[in-house]
Design a protein around this ligand. Structure first.
Ligand SMILES: Nc1nc2c(ncn2[C@@H]2O[C@H](COP(=O)(O)OP(=O)(O)OP(=O)(O)O)[C@@H](O)[C@H]2O)c(=O)[nH]1
Length: 449
């Protein structure tokens, strides 16, 4: 797969993971929010239920204390709590009232409940219909029982109901009757009738709370696991990114740098290995092709730098290089070495007669003849100075059998001197250091066009 595609795929994967991570984070925050909200709702609902229970007990306590002590403050506390619960009195200063009473010295700090407008709160708080029905039933029964409690408090003070339902009828106080009203079986049954639905509401509330908390807890767990999985996938994606960049981009780049340096230094293998069929694979192929072409061109350049363009023979530079190598080889092998210097006789005349192009052809043919004759280790140096109509050549042959300093130079100089001797001896001669004798080597150049 191409690097571009891989990068696009990994970027798309990273975007998806980011979106999933955001969903996970929001889901987790929502779960915590729900947990928090659930706890608060439960606390408020639980508190109101508890306050209904407590206020009902407070009313019983105030009524009984009012009957026993005959202190009007307890009757007032009783009435005030009723008013508070029904919402007709927004708030009461219990502390101030109690400070005026002797009971303030007993460390009793007022009623245990301070609920206001029970009905309203019952509808505002998140109760289920069943819980609401049970609590409303308890409230109705509690209010109904307060009539009996009022009856007892007033009887203790000698006040009784008239025909209009008011306590205007006066008579002797009835403490025993009052006590009986607040302690007999009817009262206790009625009290149980209040507490029972409250306890049922408590149980329902509790069960609901456990379920809701479990749900929120499950959601929290789900999104926690979700986030961990997304995080691990993110780490895997980052690793894949790292591997992609290091293996498919950085490594091939460093390979190219190394190969280019090797090429510059003329060392070792400068071909890249094509590992993947991607952009760098294509670049590596192009690099290898380029290297091949550069090498080919360099070879061509090297050949043309060392070759005579007319005859194809080695030029002066290559000749000197090879001559030195041969001299060194001769030194190693202790074998004698000879240099033959060849020159075409009267070449100027040939040129003058047949023209310069014909002279060129003559030189080419001479080179071919030389190539046919030469053995592997023989060397040929084109020397552009001579021509004859019937071409003869003069040769200066220098042979040395012992190594000496500056041997290539000595060979060239002596061969040149011997060639000069050959010319002076009448041309068409072979001159060695001992003697000159006719060469009898003629070339019949192809008739020029
Ligand atoms: N056609 C052709 N002529 C060349 C070339 N190089 C040198 N010459 C000619 O070779 C001639 C030089 O010859 P020389 O060696 O000086 O004299 P020569 O006429 O051969 O006389 P000897 O060497 O004394 O026999 C000149 O006329 C050059 O123009 C070449 O590449 N092509």
């Amino acid at each position: 797969m191409s690097i571009q595609r891989l990068l696009i795929s990994l970027s798309a994967l990273a975007s998806v993971l980011l979106a999933l991570a955001l969903i996970g984070v929001f889901g987790l925050l929502d779960a915590y929010d729900k947990l928090d909200q659930q706890r608060r709702d439960y606390q408020r609902a639980h508190a109101l239920t508890h306050q209904l229970q407590e206020s009902s007990d407070d009313l019983t306590r105030y009524a009984r204390t009012a009957v026993i002590t005959l202190k009007p403050v307890y009757h007032r506390l009783f009435n005030d709590l009723l008013a508070l619960r029904s919402g007709t009195t927004p708030s009461l200063n219990w502390q101030q009232d109690l400070q005026q009473d002797w009971l303030s010295s007993t460390h009793w700090d007022g009623p245990h409940s301070s609920i206001a407008d029970f009905e309203q709160q019952l509808h505002e708080l998140p109760f289920t219909e069943q819980e609401r029905t049970l609590l409303a039933l308890a409230e109705r029964r509690s209010i109904a029982l307060t009539e009996r409690e009022q009856l007892a408090i007033h009887a203790a003070h000698g006040r009784f109901l008239d025909s209009y339902g008011k306590f205007t009828r006066e008579g002797p106080a009835e403490p025993r009757m009052a006590t009986k009203l607040l302690y007999d079986k009817t009262y206790l049954d009625a009290k149980r009738g209040i507490m029972q639905p409250i306890e049922q509401a408590f149980a329902l509330l509790e069960a609901r709370q456990v379920k809701a908390l479990q749900r929120a807890e499950d959601q929290r767990l789900l999104f926690s696991v979700w986030l961990i999985v997304v995080l691990l996938a993110g780490v895997a994606t980052a690793t894949a990114f790292h591997l992609l960049i290091s293996r498919r981009i950085v490594r091939p780049l460093l390979g190219m740098v190394a190969r280019t340096e090797q090429f510059t230094l003329g060392q070792g293998n400068n071909r890249l290995t094509v590992r993947y069929d991607d952009e760098f694979g294509a670049l590596a192929k192009a690099f290898n092709t380029l290297m091949q072409r550069v090498e080919n061109n360099l070879s061509l350049l090297e050949v043309s730098a060392n070759t005579d363009p007319l005859t194809g023979l080695d030029n002066r530079r290559q000749f000197e290089h090879d001559l030195l190598s041969e001299c060194l080889r001769m030194q190693r092998s202790q074998q004698p070495i000879s240099l033959i210097m060849v020159d075409v006789d009267n070449f100027k005349a040939y040129n003058d007669r047949y023209g310069h192009p014909a002279g060129d052809v003559c030189l080419q043919q001479l080179a071919q003849a030389h190539n046919l004759l030469q053995r592997v280790r023989d060397l040929a140096l084109p020397h552009r100075d001579n021509v004859v109509p019937i071409v003869t050549i003069s040769l200066g042959v220098c042979s040395l059998s012992t190594w000496q300093v500056d041997m290539p130079h000595v060979l060239l100089q002596r061969a040149d001197e011997l060639l000069y001797q050959a010319k002076h001896a009448g041309r068409n001669q072979i001159c060695t250091s001992d003697q000159c004798h006719p060469a009898n080597m003629t070339l019949m150049p192809k008739a020029p066009n």
